[in-house]
Design a binder for this molecule. Sequence first.
Ligand code: 5RP
Length: 228
Amino acid sequence: MSKDVRQESNQSIAKKRRAAEAVLPMIQAGDYLGMGTGSTVGVLIELIVQHRLSIRAAISSSEATTAALQRAGIGVVDLNEVADVPLYIDGADELTQHGFLIKGGGGAMTREKILATASRHFVCIAEDDKLTPVLGRNHPVPVEVLPMARSFIARHLAGMGATVTLRRGLSDNGNPILDCSRLDLANPVTLEQAINNLPGVIGCGVFALRRPEVMLLGTVDGVRRLPA
Ligand code: 5RP
């Protein structure tokens, strides 16, 4: 690995850490906390331990996050056991200043969207480089599908203009994921609804119907909050 790449990577980690640190004051001791998936959430879990924040328990969006929480000694409960989730915190792959997101780089978007929608507040933590004027420039939209509908849905998404790639492996729910690049994301709400309406779609990585109330973006020297 070249020095430049290492520096970039260190800068990215520092930005994730700044974003994760900025969300700590929003976490209330004794409350349930919904937890997303990914490296930024991994940093958050470390910080929760370092700062000795005593949450009631976490509700996890993936097997990877559950394992990280358990390693950190943080209790995990099932969403079915919790009537009220005050706060859900998660990362994103791309985001716009209006709070539209692409998620699911880690394949966890279906459970992530359930938790985001079930929670009263959704805060997104990410590096500022992920901010984009239009979604879909750097990341495909992942679509989780029932196995029997995989080819039918892939053809339908191709008909909508997507270049579709079957992701290796399965989601935590045991389903295939279709990564769709070149979709027209000018209107993310319409696109999310169109994908959701296809029979056999379990969930997709466009987060437009449920957007974060706050986005905390780590920068080279601080944190940018959106909306400001
Ligand atoms: C996982 C996700 C993650 O939030 C997204 O991929 C960002 O990950 P990271 O924090 O590692 O950059 O949607 O399904």
